[in-house]
Design a protein around this ligand. Structure first.
Ligand code: SAH
Ligand code: SF4
Length: 387
């Protein structure tokens, strides 16, 4: 059981309060013989003011502060390294123990700044074009480690006291498949949207999934986050190659689950963001665009095209500007709201799909992928050293 899904109180290990939702914190305070409203005070100290020391929580009595100090802690994951791109993008390497590192990226864009957050150490799903997938899987992040990425990003800009929000949007598009770490991702995204947490609107917190269909039905019951699905292909034969989980949950089932998800949302006009990574010669031809337009006809969505970001363990190539434009034109002419994601943070490897972190691979997938490549000796030495 995860730290935040089922907190165990009164044991010698201090309980980390950072990843607890309002309801979990209220239970915790009651377990200490306190009133549940204390949870709101705690949330404000932790997530509005960035305080990790109970001593500073001056609206709680001395005795309560001492009690909290005895049994609890507020422990964010540790920032190991910060990299700043020329274009303002900032990437953090975050240590999560056992030699594992995940990555978080902040992408400023005018008035907004989007934080790309990781949900797992590595990923078990092995999509053929994804750098995280090539690393294998180590473990789920705790809710504290997920929300801690937001906490650390704001801290890093000295932003807890700032009038203007540093992080205006969060996307669960870093390392890992969020729906395979369900409880912790739901707890962390709840905190992002809670007024006593980060107060982001549900339209500004997006969960991206490669299509874990049963979990989408579960999510519909408990969450209101915005949904993005990684489609990447207009038919099952091609998607089976690119996104192996498609063999288990094919496109028709995935789209049906997405429809169900948005039908459960209280607000009308909800749409799903369809992510489509364009890979040269693989899925970027005009016939793919036409087939996609037919597939998504009547599906409530907008489409985000992501030119493939190359990395050294992949033979795929980025599509040409012409192919990208042609693909965009076909979808736009078919009346889809279609955007092309610009690559940011190129100089610090912060682009989508390049977040590799450092995963001590349980499946030894990294080594397997490496051994298939004869011409990437430098990379082999690099990764093997890191392992
Ligand atoms: N596991 C989730 C979220 C993390 S990946 C998912 O798959 O949706 C976030 C997005 O980056 C996904 O749409 C993914 O398909 C895309 N992506 C992964 N590797 C990429 C690459 N090398 N170039 C461009 N996009 C990539
Ligand atoms: Fe995992 Fe998403 Fe990468 Fe696929 S694209 S391997 S699901 S992180």
């Amino acid at each position: 059981m995860s730290e935040s899904a089922s907190p165990v109180y009164g044991q010698s290990q201090p309980v980390n309060l950072l990843g607890m939702t309002r309801a979990q914190l209220a239970d915790f305070m009651v377990s200490l013989g306190e009133k549940p409203f204390r949870a709101q005070q705690l949330l404000k100290w932790i997530h509005h003011r960035g305080v990790d020391d109970f001593e500073q929580m001056t609206d709680m009595g001395k005795a309560l502060r001492a009690k909290l100090k005895d049994v609890a802690e507020i422990r964010p994951p540790e920032i190991l390294k910060q990299l700043d791109s020329k274009d303002g993008t900032r990437k953090w390497a975050i240590g999560v123990g056992g030699g594992n590192v995940v990555e978080t990226v902040l992408i400023p864009d005018g008035d907004r700044a989007t934080l790309c957050v990781s949900s797992q150490v590595g990923c078990s799903l092995d999509c053929s074009f994804c750098s995280t997938g090539k690393q294998g899987f180590q473990r789920d992040l705790t809710a504290a480690e997920i929300i801690g990425q937001v906490w650390q990003a704001i801290k890093s800009y000295d932003g807890f006291g700032a009038k203007k929000r540093i992080v205006t949007n969060v996307v669960m598009m870093g390392m890992g498949e969020p729906l395979l770490n369900f409880d912790n991702v739901v707890a962390a995204t709840d905190l992002m949207m809670d007024d006593f947490g980060y107060g982001l609107s549900k339209r500004r917190v997006t969960l991206s999934t490669s299509g874990v269909v049963p979990k989408l039905y579960e999510l519909a019951k408990v969450s209101q986050v915005s949904l993005a699905v990684s489609l990447h292909a207009p038919n099952d034969a091609l998607r089976n190659e690119l996104v192996p989980i498609n063999k288990r949950y094919p496109i028709a089932e995935l789209l049906e689950a997405c429809r169900h998800y948005i039908s459960c949302q209280p607000d009308i006009h909800r749409v799903v963001t369809v992510e489509y990574t364009l890979i040269a010669g693989v899925n970027d031809q005009p016939e793919h665009a036409h087939e996609l337009a037919t597939l998504l006809k009547d599906f409530p969505c907008k489409i985000n095209l992501i030119p493939f970001n190359p990395f050294s363990l992949s033979d795929y190539e980025r599509p040409s500007k012409n192919a990208t434009r042609r693909f965009w034109e076909i979808l736009t002419q078919a009346d889809f709201v279609t955007t092309v994601r610009t690559t940011r943070g190129d100089d610090i490897d912060a682009a989508c799909g390049q977040l590799a972190g450092l995963v001590v691979d349980r499946t030894r997938r990294a080594a397997r992928h490496l051994s298939r490549r004869e011409n990437s000796e430098a990379q082999i030495i690099n990764v093997v050293n890191k392992l």
